[in-house]
Design a protein. Structure first.
Length: 341
């Protein structure tokens, strides 16, 4: 072990469109929304993460909130670099050190990413004192985090529904055999809900309110085994301009989300149709694993099971499956062949 290695710290980052999670010392030390609040006059960031999320939709003209990632990739380079830097500063062991340690970082990226987008992710990480940056594809990280032995010669299918993208992949022998990356995921669900409420009730609601509806009564099925309670939703009446409250049921949310979920189902069917027969017979036994925040949508596993006829299992703590897998990849940084230099 060289002297340089003694001062190197290892971190795994799941740089998500909706949330950023960081693992350090085998523990999740950061789990915050991927949002930055910026002072328009100076261009300087004021807040990141949870603090910036509280400002979302409530800012005046001198402050704007930015989500630096769109569809799973960096859309605002400056803001994402600042966000990564601030989150790393929040790691208890790394903050306030006289000499900032060099970092070895593993970051997960969507499977449909271009070379230019890969470069942007690496550059952002290199600017925060990283001496080595490796990338891992999101479906691979999700599969490892869901407890699948990805090095096995057995085929497994993973569907990771994040904030910006849905990643569908068939994995065997430590590699992705076939995959689809779809820009329909949690953010689109949130927009679907806001649009539905605007067109049905003439009620304008903010992104945070639409997200709360999705989390509390989001449903992929019209009839759930256990009916969910209707919830009150406040917004601005588009006709009178006054604040107003309505009650919303899970069946209405199902109507709002139905088309987007259909497109995810179609993508799963397409991926199954291009899977080699030997792997298809494995998947018939092992089924489909769901990960990512979208996996928490009520009735989604049942709906995919009805569509595919395959067993569907939701990963334990699906929101953190990707970062857990990235953390395991970090521990086996020299062993896993599928990490991208």
């Amino acid at each position: 072990m060289g002297l340089f290695d003694m001062f190197t710290r290892e971190i795994a980052i799941d740089l998500g469109t909706a949330n950023t999670l960081i693992i350090y010392n085998n523990k999740i030390v950061i789990d915050q929304p991927s949002i930055v609040a910026i002072d328009r006059a100076s261009g300087k960031p004021i807040a990141v993460g949870s603090q910036a999320k509280l400002m979302q939709g409530k800012t005046h003209e001198n402050i704007r909130t930015i989500r630096p990632l769109k569809d799973g990739v960096i859309a605002d380079f400056h803001a994402s670099e600042h966000m990564i830097k601030e989150f790393i500063k929040l790691i208890p062991d790394l903050s306030g050190k006289f000499m900032q340690p060099a970092l070895r970082i593993v970051i997960c990226i969507p499977s449909g990413i271009t070379e230019v987008e890969k470069r942007a992710v690496k550059d952002s990480a290199l600017k925060v004192n990283a001496k080595e940056v490796k990338l891992i594809y999101e479906p691979m990280a999700a599969a490892i985090g869901a407890g699948i032995d990805v090095e096995n010669p057995e085929g497994n299918m993973i569907v990771d529904i994040g904030g910006g993208t849905t990643e569908i992949a068939v994995i065997a022998l430590g590699g992705i055999v076939c995959d689809k990356s779809l820009k329909i995921a949690g953010d689109v669900f949130t927009n679907d809900i806001a649009y539905f409420i605007r067109s049905q009730y003439n009620l304008d609601i903010g992104e945070r309110t639409a997200e709360r509806i999705k989390i509390e009564i989001g449903s992929a099925m019209e009839e759930l085994e256990f009916a969910l309670e209707d919830i009150p939703v406040q917004g601005r009446d588009l006709i009178t301009g006054k604040p107003k409250e309505i009650m919303v049921s899970y069946k209405e949310v199902f109507k709002a989300l139905d088309k987007s979920i259909m497109r995810i189902e179609d993508a799963i069917m397409e991926t199954l149709s291009i899977t080699p027969p030997e792997l298809a017979s494995d998947i018939y036994k092992t089924g489909i694993y769901l990960a990512g925040g979208g996996a928490l949508l009520n009735g989604l596993a049942d709906r995919i099971h009805l569509k595919t006829g395959l067993p569907v299992c939701v990963a334990e703590d699906p929101l953190r499956a990707v970062v857990r897998g990235t953390g395991i990849a970090l521990k086996n940084i020299n062993k896993f062949r599928f990490l991208i230099k």
